[in-house]
Ligand binder design. Structure first.
Ligand code: NAD
Length: 324
């Protein structure tokens, strides 16, 4: 009997690929070559999809046309979260599960949020730049602030937000308040005090966002919201750029109506390097790397591989997005 075929068009960590290679015939065209192929030569590779029993995708697209041609396919696995590259309806219509790996980078993003907070508070970026420019002696200009005793506001206490709450409260001695209309105070068992959005924005020293981008969360921070935050407030966003009206934020930062912002995600990605935000001194920017650690890549690859194994062995993968 021939082995099931698993098609892996983009780089995943070796641990996940090894797990699959031990059981199946893996087609991973990038393997052994340029290890980090994020912009796959999609069309050249697409024919492999049509012989596959399972596929693991990152940004590789799966269309309705693919689903007509991929006759052997039994599972589509998203390495990560966010399914805009997969026609979920077309996969579901074929009775096939779409699995995903929502927990693979939870800790990575939570730690990145903490890193951004610390970077803002301790002015790590401008202080380091001063040193490199020969201004070591200017160190008194870089007096920072401490997290301990400050109030952290968390918007969205799901997987990432609730982990940030624990790290901030138990690790850094912060007071934590949070807003999440879908989490009831009876069910929530973390250290944050649940409250309303306005209270979070009005009282927190730092507000960090951990919500999905939805109709309700799109631009939930806009000029109106920024009018009632305290001038000492700092905003951290590792969720999705669209949650914050970037223009309004840029203006508020420029005018000193808020103290700082640290952003890993942007309304438009990549953010143009000449964007006004990139010129502001009280801003920390990272290129959507919140979830990108070696540990998270390994964990995600293992979760994706396990989803393939579960599906090919007749079990329902742990996390699926559809009801095939
Ligand atoms: P999750 O689904 O576990 O948690 C999201 C939380 O947001 C839920 O508790 C939900 O109730 C809450 N929420 C939904 N709408 C809300 C609203 N209007 N107001 C307040 N809360 C609301 O998701 P997660 O795993 O914690 O991830 C959160 C987000 O982080 C993801 O949606 C994704 O956009 C982002 N993310 C970013 C990176 C990165 O690299 N920067 C990596 C992974 C995830």
């Amino acid at each position: 009997m021939s082995l099931p075929v698993v098609f892996i068009p983009e780089y995943i960590d070796k641990a996940g690929k090894d797990l699959l290679t031990a059981r199946y015939r893996c087609i991973a065209p990038w393997f052994g070559g340029a290890a980090r192929l994020d912009a796959p030569r999609e069309d050249a590779m697409r024919s492999h999809l049509y012989e596959a029993d399972a596929v693991i995708v990152r940004v590789f697209t799966i269309s309705a046309d693919d689903m007509r041609r991929a006759e052997n396919l039994k599972v589509v696995v998203k390495h990560g979260v966010g399914f805009d590259n997969i026609d979920v309806a077309a996969v579901t219509a074929r009775g096939i599960p779409v699995a995903y790996t929502p927990t693979g980078n939870t800790n990575a993003v939570a730690e990145h949020a903490m890193a951004l907070m610390l970077s803002l508070m301790r002015r790590i970026v401008p202080a380091g730049e001063a040193l490199r420019a020969g201004r070591f002696a200017d160190r008194n200009d870089f007096q920072g602030e401490e997290l301990e005793g400050k109030t952290l506001g968390i918007v969205g206490v799901g997987r990432i937000g609730s982990l940030v709450a624990r790290k901030a409260a138990f690790g850094f001695g912060m007071n934590v308040i949070a807003f999440d209309p879908y989490v009831s105070p009876e069910r929530y068992d973390g250290p944050a005090v649940l409250t309303d959005f306005e209270t979070v924005m009005k009282t927190a020293d730092i507000v960090t966002f951990h919500v999905p981008l939805t109709r309700k969360t799109r631009r939930m921070v806009d000029a109106r919201t920024l009018a009632f935050v305290r001038p000492s407030c700092r905003i951290v966003n590792t969720s999705r750029g669209g949650v914050i009206a970037q223009e309004a934020l840029t203006e508020a930062l420029h005018d000193g109506r808020i103290a700082g912002a640290a952003l890993d995600v942007f309304e438009e990605e990549p953010i143009p390097p000449d964007h006004p935000l990139c010129r502001l001194p009280n801003v920390v920017l990272t290129p959507h790397i919140g979830g990108l650690t070696q540990t998270a890549m390994r964990r995600t690859a293992l979760l994706a591989a396990q989803a393939v194994i579960d599906a090919l062995e007749g079990r329902t993968p742990e996390y699926i997005v559809n009801q095939p």
